[in-house]
Design a protein around this ligand. Sequence first.
Ligand code: HEM
Length: 461
Amino acid sequence: MTVSTSTYVESPAGPIEPGELQHLKSPPEIDLPRGLQVLRFGQRQAEFLLAARRSFGDVFRIRGIIPGRPTITSHPDHVKSLFTAKPELVPSLTGESPLRPIVGAGSVLTAQGARHLRQRKLLLPFFHGRAIDAYSSIIEEAIEQEIDRWRVGETISMAKAMQDVTLQVIMAGIFGIDGAPATGSAEARLARTTRWITGLSTTRAAKFAEYMALGNAEPVGGQRLALAQLDRPIYEVIRQRRAASDLAQRGDIMSVLLTAPTEDGVPLSDRELRDELITLLLAGHETTANSLAWAFERLTRNPLAYERLEASVREDAADIEEQIEWVVLETMRSRPVVPIVGRRVQVPWRLGEYGVAAGTPISISIVLLHHREDLYPEPWEFRPERWAGRKPGTYEWIPFGGGTRRCLGAPLAQLEMRLVLEHVVRRVRLAADRPESEHVQHRNVTMIPRRGARVKVLEKL
Ligand code: HEM
């Protein structure tokens, strides 16, 4: 039986006529200098926004990098109004976010309107339905090889270990490679450079480079230099694939992108292909790797939850799928790797007692929504069993965003999480290297475990 435990008070939201705006209040503003707000948002987003919600309620304005004083909300009815609106009324803010200089303008993440929908349609079949089943054996092989490398007594960073697995999986999907890319190939160089760049991105220098690039459409400074390193193997792969004679027979994403017809009949340019590939490569593995890293960080800090999962998996109990699913749901609720998503409304919008003008950026704080007492009692507790008999609500559990911008890779990411959790818990027992929970680190648009989810390998079967 599925029960609803939501008890929140309804709040009207959605597009309104310009005349209605004058009858509604403007959202309250955080009264701090812009620079300080940008810093707090970039370093301690959850604390910063929680404090504002305590002072102002569900809706308030901040000053940040996105022009137009973004309004933040975390009410499920407001979320619903944005996710169910016509796409042309609520273009995504990703094209103005710190992702823009990295993935470029030609990516499905940053494109808008008809171009965005066409790109989504092209890519969707690769990440849904039967196409996903084909990934199972790739994921299982990759995680088994990873576990084989772990030694009892050693301390490992789960974020790094999981990255090796998820990178292999997404590269297999994009390039149609079976297993790890061949040594010396352009794909292998691409994988190596991707690992190097994501390793770099957690350093202080990278954070500085990220701040320098804020608000720019193109990368600058250190970010530009690092991305140039990544572009080299990407363009090399594109060149080689363009010359391949078997494109029409291959079913991988790269081959389909290379041969896909466009509305004006002109094939995608190298730059457009680069933007699309870098999006799939980065969005497709870093998020999943860090979500898995958080799962192990949380499990090793919550022995009851860990033991319950372990018992179910190791005994192949009847509730094994359910137990794994609850851990996935609870991990993504309590540590959403992407903590915020946004839209720029094209008409005046109502958010409860407040109204905002056309052109206002509205951001949904996923982390605030996921920590509402009225949706999730004792929200700071990691309690997988809270999902017993409960389905994740479309506007209440949104680690993958929603509407026509909902994450394309969600089914793949969830499959990866389920399979990796099962294999690791079955074969290995892990413990936290330190008892205290890991803090959050904000990197670009993601929220990751600050020390990389470090765990000690206690036992291996
Ligand atoms: C745990 C893992 C993941 C998380 C938490 C995540 C989260 C997100 C979020 C929050 C968005 C923005 C949604 C919105 O604005 O409403 C997004 C978009 C996207 N994600 Fe993911 N993602 C994950 C894994 C993946 C994977 C495996 C892929 C595979 C390629 C992927 C590809 C994409 C793409 C292409 C978009 C852009 C969709 C669009 O704008 O139409 N993601 N993701």
